[in-house]
Write a protein that binds this ligand. Structure first.
Ligand code: TRP
Length: 452
């Protein structure tokens, strides 16, 4: 039985949903942390270059394939394959993408759960419940599992409602709140003593570092994670875009929003670190290295908020609400990947699919929580450093080599009739054929040798 497919109701609907997917913990937590530990301005510069020159073309490939096929990644890659071999390669890529998206959600839901518990903590404190507030901010098995479950329940509830009523409506509600909160926090932090040192560290690049291989690898990984690439998220969102819309234009806006929010988040977190330092919090060790890289926002920021007195409680609340919202509009896009596949290929009802898959993900997430030391960073690295770049590489091969150039052109022409004369059409095809796959491969090989 054919299932009626969802579609975003408008251009804005897609922009909010896709930016909602792109803007997440990766932007507000990952990017500033990486920038802080990789030379501030130098990282920013390399990141901007890679995000525009490599991640954006890859995003376009996913959107074009998705809208053409009007289906999930498995069917889409089968459709554009040209022989038996590429048909099977397409299926496998689609399946690996589904598994990767689900595994990313397993660890993402745990981190997002911390955001929820951290935003409840100041409320408990205000209510005089100090014990509860401490429990909420201390790393503990039951807290981790409980908040992961709450977060997964919210994600499942939104995805069950479908494309327009769920993804689009909630992204449209949450994204403006996120932007306003972020702006308010930046303005406030910039007025504090010490903030300008952070702004300098962030905006003035140390040019000697921009050729640092580790920095380049981190920046590329960050750009791919931030634009939700490789696993079929953007492909499936592309499949919900109407034929009337100009894909290039939409992709460009989403890229700008994503990069813009990451850059803005840097303008919040780096100055906040220096304000914390100014207030007596130790953030760098004797060698000048950041003390708590991964836990930066859970240690440095609360320490900063603590030094601010009552206003700190409000700021802390606003910050972690912001993080929770960013995480939710991203996690729904991860869950949509397996759900769309099961709904379309196995005719399962959407609500059932969302609940069933959500349950499996919550179970795996619980296993990770129980074996946190062994499994957490293993899952993060296996998915984001290994699987995502590899999938991105295969998608470029499909879009650049296997799919016929005229068919690609015909698809992009829908909604953008004059594309053939544009700079985009001169640059993008060779990019997606040579530059993107080769760069990903280069990074991938480096990672395989140095990091596994
Ligand atoms: N881009 C999101 C972030 O920056 C995370 C995300 C959403 C994602 N969907 C994805 C990452 C799919 C990889 C694959 O936090």
């Amino acid at each position: 039985m054919a299932v009626a497919r969802g579609e975003f109701s408008s251009k804005l609907g897609f922009i909010l949903a896709a930016s909602g997917s792109a803007v997440g913990l990766g932007n507000i937590w990952g990017f500033p942390t990486q920038a802080a530990s990789n030379g501030g301005g130098a990282f920013l510069l390399v990141y901007l270059l890679l995000a525009f020159c490599l991640a954006f073309p890859a995003l376009m490939a996913e959107l074009v394939i998705g809208r053409h096929a009007k289906s999930n990644a498995v069917n889409a890659l089968r459709l554009i394959s040209t022989n038996r071999l590429s048909y099977h390669a397409g299926s496998i890529t689609g399946y690996v993408g589904i598994i990767t998206a689900s595994l990313i959600l397993c660890f993402y839901a745990l981190v997002a759960g911390w955001m929820l518990s951290y935003f409840l903590a100041p409320l408990a404190e205000l209510a005089g419940l100090q014990d509860i507030s401490d429990w909420l901010t201390e790393f503990g098995l039951y807290r981790n599992i409980l908040f992961m479950l709450i977060f997964m329940t919210l994600t499942v509830a939104i995805i069950s409602r479908g494309v327009q009523e769920g993804i689009e409506k909630w992204s449209a509600r949450l994204m403006p709140v996120l932007l306003v909160l972020l702006l308010l926090l930046i303005v406030y932090v910039l007025t504090l003593d010490g903030a300008m040192d952070g702004v300098k560290a962030y905006l003035i690049p140390d040019l000697s570092r921009i050729t640092d291989l580790q920095l380049i690898i981190s920046a590329l990984g960050q750009a791919f994670f931030s634009l939700s690439l490789g696993v079929g998220t953007m492909l499936i969102y592309g499949s919900y875009i109407s034929q009337k819309e100009n894909l290039f234009h939409l992709g460009r806006i989403v890229t700008f929003v994503d990069i813009g929010i990451a850059v803005m988040a840097g303008l919040l977190i780096l100055p906040a670190m220096y304000v914390a330092q100014n207030n007596g919090v130790v953030i760098f060790d004797a060698a000048g290295k950041l003390i708590s890289e991964d836990t930066l926002i859970f240690t440095v920021l609360p320490a900063l908020f603590d030094t601010m007195g009552d206003i700190g409680i409000i700021i802390s609340f606003a910050f972690f609400v912001l993080m929770s919202i960013a995480a939710l509009t991203s996690s729904i896009s991860m869950l949509e990947v397996p759900v769309a596949y099961v709904v379309e290929n196995h005719a399962v009802d959407r609500t059932r699919a969302a609940q069933g898959i959500g349950l499996v993900i919550a179970l795996i997430s619980t296993v990770i929580a129980f074996n946190f030391a062994d499994l957490f960073s293993l899952t993060v690295h296996a998915t984001t450093r290994f699987s995502q770049p590899l999938l991105g590489f295969v998608l470029c091969i499909f879009a650049g080599w296997l799919w016929h150039r005229n068919k690609v052109l015909a698809e992009i022409k829908e909604g953008y009739a004059e594309v053939e004369q544009s700079l985009f059409w001169k640059i993008w095809p060779p990019y997606i054929r040579y530059i993107c796959p080769l760069s990903i491969l280069a990074v991938f090989v480096q990672l395989a040798f140095y990091n596994l």
